[in-house]
Design a binder for this molecule. Sequence first.
Ligand code: PEP
Length: 255
Amino acid sequence: MNKSLRKAVIAGNWKMNKTPAETTELINSIKPLVAGADCEVVVCVPYIDLFAAMEAVKGSDIKVGAENCHWAASGAFTGEVSAQMLKACGVEYVITGHSERRTYFGDTDKTVRDRTRAALDNGLKVILCVGEYLEQREQNITMEVVSSQVKIALAGVTEEELGNVIIAYEPVWAIGTGRTATADQAEEVCKAIRELIAGLYSKEAADAFVVQYGGSMNASNADELLDKEDVDGGLIGGASLKAPDFAAIVKAASK
Ligand code: PEP
């Protein structure tokens, strides 16, 4: 499978960080550093920062995403935001299935599928997160876990819709821990995800499909991870909050 068929995507996941004013400031620092990047650059920000982010990215190629969306269009879901609402605001990307949503907020494979469905139905691009807990890796069931997460989330997604989906392989033990998967571990799972996509859809779909790695990717390890044949970018937490570090990762993906 040929990496040159795909454009890398580097997406920041800001998690619960930054006020609107701080959002403007950070994007203004990132903008000149990533100008002319040969990869897609996305910042996924808290809901309250979306407008500030969309205003700040004007005049650049940086895209804006949300960190979650609800599956219903509207209704009695206090505190939630729907995919339809995000689309109406001009948001382009949304993360679904992040492990922090699964671990702390009760997201299940089924609710991740429903959120993904709603996002696609509303014309959003989805960064679908999958990944195993440390105990699951130690039990040698990483691929069973990841395959089942992918299959459930993509149930009913057509090959055409798949063009709006990215999968971020994020081993839970590597997120926010400073403990990165080795480049070989990342490649092994990203490659297996691509093979799974080939089996579920087609070789053409798999060749064009973007699989990111996420989990303590930073300015020092990005080159090695992004050099791997099946690692087409990264979902970046901590390092996306520092403009020079995020820009260094974007640079590594642009080679
Ligand atoms: C993430 O939040 O998706 C993530 C990968 O975080 P970090 O880069 O901080 O591990």
